[in-house]
Write a new protein. Structure first.
Length: 493
């Protein structure tokens, strides 16, 4: 993946993408605001959610060991995975031991993070996504672009075309008379998935929460496909990040109020499935829990950055982010897009790549993400913290190579001097204009004249030169035909 600015530039050129995103995120924001407004103690719930996460992470080792004991006592098996490769090998081995060549999957960010579908495919095992949005992404040979709604970048017409073109290659084909009516699309998906639910012997899931005191895994969803995958196969394998543990069953009371309102704009999830180990004659005969580290303990060591591990994957921050709404999730180069991805991915993966170094800068620092986060992750604080880290790492690398190359400097007074940054030049120019009333008046007259030349329909097209980067992402307003100073002088003498 290219760095965020380059990927975002390509996304901004797609007008249909921007329309799809604006419509979808606007709808979700309105639903969330309505149901959150019904809760008198919403801020107290947010504070409780953060406090629970803080306390759990301080004693994470204790809770994880207790979880392992409880899962084992209930008939399950626990496997520890240090990284994505080890998790992939573990799941592949467990599937092969059953003799299965195909699996059904519940929507899971953790399995996307480790590239499990690709790992299984390389081993000759087919993985079928059963979440409607994940199905759209899989059939379209696409990548998810949202935590909650992976196919948010697609509209109904595009989904209809994907179903008509691809469903037959994976199983039950779409009806010949399929339209883009949402009910018809959902029915086509239901018919296509029915055989998938009934045939495979292995199901793979993630989990929204793991309860340490009982060894219980919890999945919340809206469609019912998850419950089919969790209960019908003979073997269930759940891949879950170590940060998903909560100490007590009672703690779910807080999160099961925060999560549905923040994610789908619902008072409660239509389906909340819990399971503890195995039970004779009910559900899978074998249960395997793969606990995934993959950079999480390294993140935990950062007293500022560890806030990212509080995330309950609600996606509220994506839906209010002005950057995400304009570029979508693919530009982030991670399964975790948006503001939370901008602080989580560079910590889990490190800042060795160009895309991970650029992610902390993929934000306006407007703070909207913090205002809606149900567990009060101060995303702007972590963004600034990670920006500092990236700059210091680059400075250290530059110092190490200073004796070899003088790139980025030029001879001048004192022998060596940094080139002026564009921001420094712009601020110096603004200071020069604003420090003299006559210069300010002249600039305002020039702006009004330029606006009359460039403006059309109340908007300016792409601004010239370096200013074009700003107008690529938004409509530039036409300068007023008359400045306030000119109006005041004309009307008040």
């Amino acid at each position: 993946m290219p760095a965020f600015p380059e990927a975002a530039r390509a996304a901004l050129a797609d007008g249909q993408l921007r329309r799809n995103l604006a419509h979808a995120t606007g709808t979700i924001r309105a639903k969330r605001a309505a149901v959150v407004g019904e809760v008198d103690d919403w801020e107290e719930l947010r504070a409780a959610g953060r406090a629970l996460k803080d306390r759990t992470l301080r004693h994470l080792d204790h809770h994880l060991l207790l979880l392992e004991q409880r899962v084992t006592a209930a008939g399950g098996q626990v496997h520890w995975a240090r990284d994505a490769a080890e998790a992939g090998r573990t799941v592949t081995r467990l599937v092969r031991e059953t003799g299965a060549r195909e699996v059904v999957k519940v929507k899971s960010m953790a399995t996307q993070e480790i590239g499990l579908n690709e790992t299984l495919a390389a081993a000759g095992i087919a993985a079928y996504e059963t979440d409607l949005a994940e199905l759209i992404v899989q059939l379209g040979d696409d990548r998810p672009s949202h935590i909650l709604v992976p196919a948010i970048h697609r509209n109904r017409a595009e989904i209809r075309d994907i179903f008509a073109r691809e469903m037959g290659a994976y199983g039950t084909p779409a009806p010949d008379d399929l339209t883009d009516d949402p009910r018809r699309l959902a029915e086509a998906a239901r018919l296509h998935l029915r055989e998938k639910f009934l045939r495979p012997k292995v199901g793979i899931s993630g989990a929204n929460f793991l309860v340490a005191e009982t060894g219980t895994a919890v999945v919340v969803e809206s469609e019912g496909n998850g419950r089919m995958c969790l209960s019908l196969p003979e073997t269930l394998i759940s891949v879950v990040g170590v940060e998903k543990v909560v100490p007590r069953w009672q703690d779910l009371e807080v999160y099961l109020q925060l999560l549905p309102r923040s994610s789908t704009g619902e008072r409660m999830n239509p389906y909340t499935s819990t399971w503890t180990g195995t039970t004779d004659g009910d559900g899978p005969r074998a249960f395997h829990l793969v606990l995934l580290d993959a950079g999480r303990t390294d993140t935990l060591a950062d007293t500022v950055g560890r806030q990212a591990l509080h995330c309950i994957r609600c996606s509220a921050c994506l839906n209010v982010c002005p950057v995400y709404e304009r570029v979508g999730g693919h530009a982030y180069g991670s399964v975790y897009p948006g503001p939370i991805g901008a602080i989580l991915s560079p910590q889990l993966r490190g800042t060795g790549s160009a895309v991970d170094r650029s992610l902390p800068f993929a934000s306006t620092l407007c703070g909207a993400c913090y205002e809606v986060c149900p567990v009060k992750i101060d995303i702007p604080e972590v963004l600034v913290h990670l920006r500092t880290r990236v700059v210091e790492e680059a400075r250290g690398a530059g110092s190490a190579g200073a004796g070899v190359s003088g790139a980025g400097r030029w001879p001048g007074r004192g022998g060596r001097r940094r080139l002026p940054r564009p921001e420094r030049v712009a601020m110096a120019a603004a200071r020069w204009v604003l420090s003299d009333p006559a210069r300010l008046a002249a600039a305002q007259r020039t702006g009004s004249f330029a606006g009359r030349l460039l403006g059309r329909d109340g908007r300016v097209g792409r601004l010239p030169g370096p200013l074009g980067a700003w107008s690529d992402a938004r409509d530039a307003p036409v300068p007023a035909p008359e400045s306030f100073r000119a109006w005041w002088a004309r009307t008040r003498g």
